[in-house]
Structure formats: C-alpha cells, structure tokens
Design a protein around this ligand. Sequence first.
Ligand code: AMP
Ligand code: MG
Length: 418
Amino acid sequence: MAQLSDDCFAFGGPLLPVDEALTMLADRLEPADGVESVPLTGLDGRVLAKDMAAPMPLPPFTNSAVDGYALDGAAIPMKDGAIFTVAGRVQAGASADITAAAGETVRVFTGAPMPAGMDTVFMQEDVRVKGDGRVVLPPGLRRGANVRPAGEDVEAGQVVLEAGHRMRPQDVALAAALGFTRVEVRRRIRVAVVSTGNEIVAPGMPRGPAQLFDSNRFMLVSMLTRLGCTVEDLDILRDDRNATASVLAKAAAGNDLILASGGVSTGEADFVKAAVESVGSLVFWRLGIKPGRPVAMGVIGGTPFIGLPGNPVASFVTFTHIARPAIFALSGTPFQPPVAVPLRAAFSYKKKAGRREYVRVSLQRAAGGALEAVKFPREGAGLLSSLVETDGLVELGEEVTAVQPGQMVAFLPYSTLL
Ligand code: AMP
Ligand code: MG
C-alpha cells in the first residue's frame, strides 16, 4: 500500500520508543531553581521544596474515639451486671483532670482527653444507665478499646512528606494538623505556549472560510494550569520559519519550557523543526506513539522545547505522555507513570508492532456487572468529540499487534493523565 509522502513514518530511520524519549527527558531536565513560602490555602498542587517533618505527634494527646464511658483497663468487668459510679464528665476541648476512684467511670465524648489512669472507653450504645445515674458496663471489652493514643497517626519528628511531593488536599490537611501555617515550595515553572498554522485563528477573531479556531492552545493552557505552571500565552504563529524562530528564541529567555503545537511534521509548511534548529537544536522529533508520531524535543538557549503535533487528539495524547513527565521533571517532582486499570476490551483492534498506541474508550457496564472498555467508533486524530465523549485511553504496548474482544487491556482514566 502506498504511503503518503508527508507521513513521517515513510521517512527512514527508526521511531524513538516512548520510554527512551522519557529517559532522555529525565536525563536532560533539571528542576527549575527557586523556592517560595506559601500559606496553607495556596498549597494544593505545589511541590514541596524540602522534607516535611512533624513538629508534634498526632493526635497530640490521647483521646476518646467515641462518646462513652472511660475506665482503667484493669477494671474491665469479667461478667454481666458490673455497676460503676460516674465520677465526672469530660467534653471535647475540656481538661481531663478528674480523679476517679477504683470502680468509677468517667463520662467522655469523642475527642475528649482521657482522664488520668484510664485507657479504655465503653461506647455509650453498649452501656445501660440506671435510674440512680450509675451505669452497667458489659464484660469482655479489649483493654485500650475506643481510645486514640497520642502519636498513633504521626510520631513527633517523623518525615511525613518528602521533598518533591506534589501536595494534594489530604496533604494540606496533614500540614495544617501539624500546625504549619506556611510551607516552602518550589516556584511554579513558567511555560510559553504557542499554536502554529496559517489555518488557525483565535476564537473571537474573524475566521476565513478555510480556517479553524485554535483549540490546542486552550487545551494546553488548561492542562498546564492543572499542573501548577505559570503560562505565557504566545498566541498563534504563521507558517513562517524566521518569524517562528525569533518568537521561540525570545520565549526561551523568560521561560522554563516552550510548548508548541502543529508544524512539526514533514509537510512543506511545517517550519517549527527548522525554526528550532536555526536558534537551537533538536534532540528528537519522531516518536513511536499513535496518535502522535511527530513530537519534537529540542533546546533553545538552554530552555527545553517540546513541539506537539497539530491534530488535537495527537496533541492531547503526546502532552499527557511526553510533556507532562517533562513538566514533572522541571517542577522537581518525581514522575510516576500513571497506574493503568486492567479492563476487559469490548472491541477488536489491529496495530503495527514497534509503536505504542492509545485507543479512546468509554466505560460500559457489561451484562455480568463488570466494567468493559468500548472503543470510540471513529479513529481520526482531529476528532475532539472522541476525547469529550470517552472516559480514558487504552494503552497498547509496542509488542501488541491485535486486541480481541474479551481480552484484558490497560485502561488509563483521563483523571490519571491530567
Ligand atoms: P500540523 O501538525 O501543523 O500539520 O497540523 C495538523 C492538523 O492539526 C491541521 O490540519 C489542523 O487542522 C490541526 N491543528 C493544528 N493546530 C491546531 C490548533 N491549534 N487547534 C486546532 N487544530 C489544530
Ligand atoms: Mg500546521
């Protein structure tokens, strides 16, 4: 079968495997310098500049896990009908300096500090209160039950989060619980984003009959923002090598990464590679990935450059698999490849060996109740609806040549890629 002359697969030389590209990126990209101190309310998504060690234990004091009656574990009754006098009550936030005699219990509430000498709490649901106010405690409770000992969650001095960790809401909660008000994080990396192509116009501008509104730039800006980057929007470049070269060279000065879409294939109007080579150098530009293929990585004035393909689906897939790991490296956070969920394929598929493919799929509940992956019916790399209407990507490794219905495949939900 004849191949199109502008298909970069038709040009000799092997395609660079995705894993090799990732290794090259990891080897070449250093975290950007600079730290800043941010308040808890601005901490989500930021990358810790140093290890976080606990200045205090959690919980800070031993307390009751339930509403109930506290007791010295040595006095737990062995048989039914044991009656105890209630020596006092301790509410959450109150002090617990009650002295109870042997045979006495203390009414406590969830979060209340434990009275001295007491280490066990009976849940109020298990306790019968007699008419005279004394209580009947059931036998056989385990000593230490329903109590949260100081330090059971976190010990003082423990490193709870390591440098390079990207903060999530639960991590912010931990920092707050430990009493931090501000935390040292790495500065946000600055990424310049540009679209290319004479056929591309910005939404809101007059659109010629053969023109498309720019969608890639807004998708890329959205993904970069989610990754905590500061974005410099360079708008749209015409298909012109010199103009492209001068904009890229200028952008290199103030940014940690330049991200372009379009113009990296081998068509006559694909000037981006040539522009990069005129002001810097190319590291690679042909990847074994579909959708994707032409993905250029280069260096301009010491600043990394990544050129994604113009087709929106190819741009999306290569951003999530190439640009995102690069951004992690520049942000100083270790990149963990997304964990794929094993899922049954409800489709058949054929592919070439030697490249990695990503199939857009929706989740569907099969007859037995298990989830299965249903392939989007069309394959075009320009179909934005194929990304909007699906739930994630099935990753088919380099060695795979076919998928049969019922076969287990690796599903990557969009939530793990963004
Ligand atoms: P290219 O990689 O420059 O050859 O572009 C491939 C295809 O992607 C073109 O036919 C355009 O329709 C489309 N494309 C390129 N850039 C964009 C963009 N910024 N937004 C939407 N579509 C684009
Ligand atoms: Mg183009």
